[in-house]
Design a protein around this ligand. Structure first.
Ligand SMILES: *[C@@H]1O[C@H](CO)[C@@H](O)[C@H](O)[C@H]1NC(C)=O
Ligand SMILES: *[C@@H]1O[C@H](CO)[C@@H](O)[C@H](O)[C@H]1NC(C)=O
Length: 520
């Protein structure tokens, strides 16, 4: 009892203490960087000391934020793959094959760890962290950061809840009703979809076994093991490290995705990256929005599709379409355009949350990335979505199924298709009603997502790894889960029993025959 009280006070006192966190977001993309900044902002709010590995460092960082610049990561992605022409016309490219995505991410994660600036940190054997928060990018090598610094690991999942991410801390959910992160199906599946889903899972397991795992393990041996040894410890194998996360923070919420059952240490905190206080708009923009008589349409295709690559004819058609609308159009585009109609305003930089939060904003035309989808539900604005790559297709499919989005395909007749969709959107109130309902579900949580994130990170630090939250499924190998051992046991028992009975029977029979003979 006395011990329990001591422990209680120890925990209580340490809950007020500042901890040191290492936050790793190496993916060179604005959206991923925004997720990283959301984590950092929340931890700094509680006065903790944060080291942030990022390709897009924050300008004028506060004194308790140390940044490790990995901006050279931009050279690691084949950015010409993102050119809009690849997604247009007869030669348009289908989604990247998953093997390619996986290889690209494995390369990115190992190169980030081997980056000179990161190596400086890893070489510093005195550096100490209480927790490591890493963005999960399809590979488990980055679990090694926690192994090096001998502290609890928290994964931050940039995408919706899916079979792979649940599989990090629990048994993989059933393929008949769950998807993997690159899947383009939504349950309930048709027969063919269900078959495809399990076929993909099998392929992934076989590829993982034959290829990915050994590649990850080799990287682990090269990059992580020597650092652990330098600190005088024995490095556990990657196969143990990769399923040893204390917590998973998911950038997801049931208002946006599937309500799959989650293990105790999987916390969906979707929306944490949005600042609780909406920043006021710049004066000129506020004026434009206030003066619009018929509302404002906001058009942004994110930061990956570069404006300069858009074909001239599409730009011209879009300007013409927007010019004919009664609404004011804010178009986020990094390029000056000639002959811009009076009701259209080109913004090189757009404060997206503040625009979506404005009561005059009636429609958001988006690529359907997860962050934009989150923001549009947060602020309750219906969307027309033009998915281009990655998880955008599945996000948009979900949004359409939820009834607040119309999908338009990227093509040379984009403007004509958009026109039809805009007319439907603005004349039918059901989309707006639906997004308001989802927005209510999104906001109706016991605590705000940022506060929830801070709470669970603190909980992991205070309990040094929150081992009480770990799923027991992690200790049960697949053959036991499938009861193969029981099947084997019963088979052997059955065979033995069968043989015994057979033997007994033949004995009885031979005895009978002997007896009969004697009688004769
Ligand atoms: C880190 O340490 C290794 C040897 O342990 C050395 O080869 C490497 O140059 C060091 N890197 C940096 C950036 O200090
Ligand atoms: C697993 O995590 C716990 C808590 O952080 C840690 O104490 C333990 O050493 C880790 N084990 C492995 C094999 O990484």
């Amino acid at each position: 009892m006395a011990l329990a009280i001591c422990l209680f006070f120890l925990l209580l006192s340490s809950s007020c203490e500042a901890y040191k966190a290492l936050v790793v977001f190496g993916m060179p993309a604005t959206s991923h960087s925004n997720l990283g900044r959301g984590v950092v902002r929340n931890l700094l709010k509680d006065g903790h000391e944060v080291t942030f590995i990022t390709p897009i460092p924050i300008k004028d960082p506060p004194p308790n934020l140390h940044q490790i610049d990995v901006s050279s990561n931009f050279e690691l992605l084949p950015l010409d793959l993102m050119k809009i022409e690849r997604f247009l016309g007869p030669n348009s490219m289908p989604a990247l094959p998953r093997f390619f995505v996986k290889m690209m991410m494995m390369n990115l994660v190992s190169k980030t760890m081997e980056h000179e600036n990161v190596q400086k940190l890893l070489n510093d054997t005195i550096a100490h962290f209480d927790v490591v928060i890493v963005e999960w990018m399809f590979t488990s090598l980055s679990a090694g950061y926690a192994t090096i610094f001998d502290c609890p690991l928290i994964w931050l999942i940039p995408v919706e809840v899916n079979s792979m991410t649940i599989g990090l801390v629990d048994a993989v959910p059933h393929p008949a009703y769950s998807t993997d992160p690159l899947s383009s199906y939504l349950p309930p599946f048709s027969f063919l979809e269900r078959a495809t889903e399990i076929w993909t899972r099998l392929q992934e397991s076989v590829l993982g076994f034959l290829y990915y795992e050994s590649k990850d393990a080799a990287n682990y041996e090269r990059i992580v093991v020597p650092q652990v040894q330098k600190r005088g410890r024995q490095a556990p194998p990657l196969s143990e490290v990769q399923y040893n996360a204390s917590l998973v923070l998911g950038n997801s919420h049931v208002s946006m995705g599937l309500p799959l059952s989650l293990p105790q240490n999987y916390k969906p905190v979707g929306g944490y990256h949005i600042e609780e206080e909406v920043k006021p708009l710049p004066e000129d923009l506020e004026k434009i929005m206030m003066n619009s008589k018929n509302g404002v349409i906001y058009f942004s295709m994110g930061s990956n599709l570069k404006s300069k690559d858009w074909p001239e004819e599409i730009k011209r058609d879009l300007l013409k379409l927007f010019g004919e609308l009664k609404q004011t159009v804010l178009w986020k585009f990094e390029e000056e355009l000639p002959n811009v109609p009076k009701n259209v305003h080109i913004l090189k930089w757009a404060p997206q949350p503040s625009i979506l939060a404005h009561p005059k904003c009636v429609l958001f035309i988006t690529h359907g990335g997860l962050l934009s989808t989150t923001e549009t539900i947060h602020f309750g604005v219906p969307t027309i979505a033009i998915p281009v790559f990655g998880d955008q297709f599945i996000n948009v499919k979900k949004s359409v199924a939820r009834g607040f989005t119309l999908q338009v395909d990227l093509s040379y007749k984009l403007a004509a298709d958009l026109k039809v969709a805009i007319e439907e959107m603005l004349s039918n109130p059901k989309y707006r009603q639906r997004v308001k309902e989802l927005s209510y579900i999104y906001h109706d949580r016991p605590v705000k997502p940022g506060a929830e994130l801070r709470h669970w990170v603190q909980h992991v630090v205070n309990t040094r790894g929150a081992s009480h939250l770990r799923s027991p499924a992690l200790q049960v190998p697949l053959y036991q889960r499938l009861y193969l051992d029981l099947v084997a046991f019963l088979s052997v028992a059955f065979i033995v029993l069968y043989m015994l009975i057979k033997k007994l029977y033949s004995r009885v029979r031979s005895k009978k025959i002997v007896n009969n003979k004697k009688r004769n």
